[in-house]
Design a protein around this ligand. Structure first.
Ligand SMILES: CCCCCCCCCCCCCC(=O)CC(=O)SCCNC(=O)CCNC(=O)[C@H](O)C(C)(C)COP(=O)(O)OP(=O)(O)OC[C@H]1O[C@@H](n2cnc3c(N)ncnc32)[C@H](O)[C@@H]1OP(=O)(O)O
Ligand SMILES: NC(=O)C1=CN([C@@H]2O[C@H](COP(=O)(O)OP(=O)(O)OC[C@H]3O[C@@H](n4cnc5c(N)ncnc54)[C@H](O)[C@@H]3O)[C@@H](O)[C@H]2O)C=CC1
Length: 725
């Protein structure tokens, strides 16, 4: 857990807890033992602390926060013990020093970092604050503005920046441990008082009060309903107002508030859920542990519309050479300009000194209308219009042209992967890669395997997600896959609420107050109402193919709202046309304003259909929208479309703006309590028996019958027979 050695006047303590040297109780105990041993040995003149396997430490074990035996108190005590050592202690920071790991380094008298190391106090991202005196030591070392920035954002900073800030004393390109030992030998006998951060004053600012009040406004704005940034701010402010010991007491009080908050639990769950979702399996037995990805050295993108542009940008940023293809020269030129603009913007955002984007080089990015140019690429991503016939035509062509091993990916948002694959002679190499708009920004990549998709193809798509710095979540094939399938009942409820008496701005406000970045109506206006309209036309729900005599508000015996169709028929496609559920300052405008035209349309619509409008309270809006979405999630789990609730939660946090501090929809359901979710769905489905989305799923009923089992046990209640394959 920590190895003790000598070199020769310097005691070397090496933290050892693979893979990232988290500070378990055993590690802390071994570190304390090492310090005591060094202290007791007169031939030891200095101490050096480093981590095993090129990593200093990732801090506390996140899995241990919910354990009653968490070693929280001892970490702070240990940091004080290090600082009060009479022999100089030097930290050798390789790889990472994060959270409690960096707090240990702050207790040391000197810090040497490898040039590739990264440091940070990411506790805020886990709903916490640096609770081992980090909020009091860091401002004393690097000043309040820089410390506040690091502590309230949780960002990791590179060693070179750490050197500029004074967080480390030395940055080395070679052997960090040897450099730290050299420094330790050099400082033997030098006074340690000035190196003990707890004894230093916090550097003054010309107007600390003004700085802090501006910073507080900024932190609150960025927090978006999350508690931790505000409490991190308060802890740092305490450092500016109180002596060290009082600041530490305040830090502890604030830490305990956060530790017991539901937000910390949700954020820690979200961290672990993202890692768990990487360990994909399929009902057919394919798994991350046995499948091997094939290398992707080059790629092609077909269709340079909204999605294709972002996908090309993402690939170029990942340093993968791209061939970008359009249907004709006019579309190609428009697409090329759009891609170049995106890439120029991305290049401007890149850190000084980082590798530049080489997108003017035709060997890295080539534009074409010729399918023959796709002959040699390792992977193709199709992003043409959402039309099955067109997609099949393209895949048939790809199957003939591309080299035998090439992976053929479709960015369809809902269409059947198996049907697309059937147009090829290599269905094992066909897979869905569902990007989210804007594709170069959004972290989610939904990866959809079909009936014949090979484990290698899945592993390759997962590897691609990593290369693009995205979170790949592997799911099964069904209409809308996971994300959009869960979204349908949510948006449907939102529209039904309008029919019954609510307004778009009222529904959006409730869901935005809950924590969504934007509510369902602002989201629909942003995405374009025509997208769903075309899909409903394709499904025969609206348009000329609807049989004469079909009731306006019913399809196949189920409730249907023609409201979105009416908007599209009036040319209201959302932001792009300047009008949708809201009005905008101009076509392409972004500022949504409630629209009196829409309000009178709603009144007229209710009159026409004999609907008596009623006041709908916030609780009903929230529950009908969220619980119908969650209910669909349970159906998806029961069908084996996703292998666990954490997969659904990762999809919603990273692709649909679900507030991370509420842990994702399925985690949220577990906090509300499954029996309560079920009771509410029963109530709403009794009131609306013609809405299948409100009828509780069998799996939810099964789990609620047990009580409220922990989320990690849910899947054990599914019998093998209910699995999809
Ligand atoms: C009752 C008395 C009360 C008195 C009050 C006292 C108050 C005093 C309280 C003091 C408490 C101090 C608490 C503390 O120390 C705070 C912390 O340290 S919180 C933790 C902060 N650290 C992080 O947030 C780091 C998180 N990790 C990462 O960012 C990345 O994992 C990392 C950059 C380290 C590596 O990334 P990458 O290479 O991409 O690999 P993975 O992300 O896949 O990780 C590999 C593997 O490691 C697991 N892991 C990583 N970090 C942790 C962690 N901190 N804890 C547990 N496990 C971790 C990760 O899950 C992966 O494992 P899998 O098995 O694959 O899931
Ligand atoms: N717009 C969105 O938010 C999202 C869309 N999707 C999916 O991505 C796909 C593309 O959607 P968008 O980019 O929004 O569409 P878009 O309409 O903006 O772009 C489609 C592009 O494909 C090109 N194209 C059409 N036929 C072609 C052919 N035969 N050869 C080459 N290029 C051809 C068109 O010229 C056009 O530029 C669709 O399947 C859609 O469902 C997926 C996620 C989100």
């Amino acid at each position: 857990m920590a190895q003790y050695a000598r070199s020769p006047a310097v005691a070397v303590i090496r933290l050892r807890n693979p893979p990232v040297n988290t500070l378990s109780f055993a590690v802390l105990q071994a570190l304390e033992d090492g310090l005591e041993k060094a202290d007791a040995d007169p031939s030891v003149k200095a101490v050096m602390i480093c981590g095993e396997n090129g990593k200093f430490s990732a801090g506390a074990d996140i899995r241990g926060f919910s354990s009653p035996n968490r070693p929280v108190k001892s970490l702070a005590a240990l940091v004080s013990l290090i600082e009060s050592s009479k022999k100089p202690v030097v930290a050798a920071i390789e790889g990472i020093a994060l959270g409690g790991g960096l707090e240990v380094a702050l207790g040391c008298h000197y810090r040497v970092a490898h040039v590739k190391a990264r440091m940070g106090l990411p506790e805020v991202t886990l709903g916490l604050l640096p609770g081992a005196e980090g909020t009091q030591r860091l401002p004393r070392l690097i000043g309040v503005p820089a410390a506040l920035d690091m502590i309230t954002t949780g960002k990791h900073i590179p060693a070179t920046e750490a050197l500029k800030l004074g967080l480390v004393d030395e940055v080395v390109e070679e052997n960090t441990v040897e450099a730290a030992i050299r420094l330790a030998n050099k400082v033997i006998g030098q006074p340690l008082g000035p190196r003990r951060l707890s004894l230093k004053p916090v550097p003054k600012l010309p107007d600390m009060e003004a700085f802090l009040s501006q910073a507080r406004v900024r932190v609150k704005k960025q927090a978006q309903g999350c508690l931790a940034p505000e409490l991190c701010f308060q802890a740092v402010r305490a450092a500016t107002q109180m002596p060290f010991a009082d600041g530490v007491r305040r830090e502890r009080e604030l830490f305990m508030v956060l530790l017991s908050s539901g937000q910390a639990r949700a954020l820690q769950y979200a961290f672990l859920a993202e890692r768990a979702a990487q360990k994909w399996t399929t009902p057919g037995g394919a798994s991350w542990s046995s499948a091997t990805p094939q290398p992707v050295r080059s790629a092609a993108v077909i269709g340079l519309g909204t999605m294709g542009r972002g996908i090309v940008t993402s690939l170029v940023k990942a340093n993968i050479p791209v061939v970008a293809l359009e249907q004709d020269l006019e579309y190609l030129n428009t697409g090329r300009k759009a891609v170049m603009l995106l890439l120029e913007r991305e290049a401007m955002k890149m850190e000084v000194g980082a590798q530049t984007l080489d997108f003017h080089n035709p060997a890295r990015l080539q534009f074409t209308v010729d399918f023959d140019s796709l002959r040699d690429v390792d992977l193709v991503i199709e992003a043409v219009f959402e039309n099955m016939a067109l997609k099949k035509e393209i895949f048939h062509k790809l199957s003939r042209i591309c080299k035998p091993g090439a992976l053929l990916c479709t960015n369809t948002s809902a269409l059947n992967i198996d049907e697309i694959a059937s147009a090829t002679s290599r269905p094992q190499q066909v897979i869905g890669t569902h990007f989210f708009s804007p594709a170069h920004v959004m972290r989610l990549l939904e990866i959809i395997y079909g009936r014949h998709t090979s484990p290698t193809a899945i592993a390759t798509a997962v590897q691609l997600a990593k290369a693009l710095k995205k979170v790949g979540v592997v799911v099964g094939n069904c209409f809308g896959f996971v994300g959009n399938r869960m979204m349908f009942p949510y948006v449907q409820q939102a529209v039904f609420l309008l029919e019954e008496g609510s307004r778009p701005e009222a529904v959006d406000r409730v869901l935005e107050d809950f924590g969504f970045k934007i509510g369902p109506f602002r989201m629909s206006d942003l995405a374009g109402l025509d997208v769903g309209w075309r899909s409903r036309q394709g499904q025969g729900l609206t348009g000329p193919s609807v049989p004469a005599g079909t009731p306006a508000r019913q399809r196949q015996g189920q409730r249907y709202s023609p409201l979105p169709d009416l908007l599209c028929e009036s040319g209201r496609f959302g932001q792009k046309t300047g009008k949708g559920w809201y009005q905008y300052e101009k076509a392409g405008g972004r500022t949504a304003t409630p629209d009196p035209w829409l309000h009178s349309l709603l009144a007229q619509y209710r009159d026409t259909h004999g609907i008596e409008p009623r006041f709908i309270d916030q609780e009903e809006i929230l529950e009908r929208c969220l619980f119908s979405l969650i209910n669909e999630g349970f159906a998806i789990l029961a069908e084996g479309i996703a292998s666990g609730p954490e997969h659904l939660d990762v999809i919603y946090i990273n692709g649909y703006g679900w507030p991370k501090h509420k842990g994702g929809p399925m985690f949220y359901a577990s906090t509300v309590g499954l029996p309560r979710v079920l009771a509410k769905l029963h109530k709403y489905s009794e009131a609306h028996p013609d809405v299948p989305g409100l009828q509780p799923s069998a799996f939810l009923k099964k789990l609620a019958a047990v009580g409220n089992p922990p989320i990690k046990e849910w899947m054990s209640y599914l019998s093998q027979q209910s699995s999809r394959l």
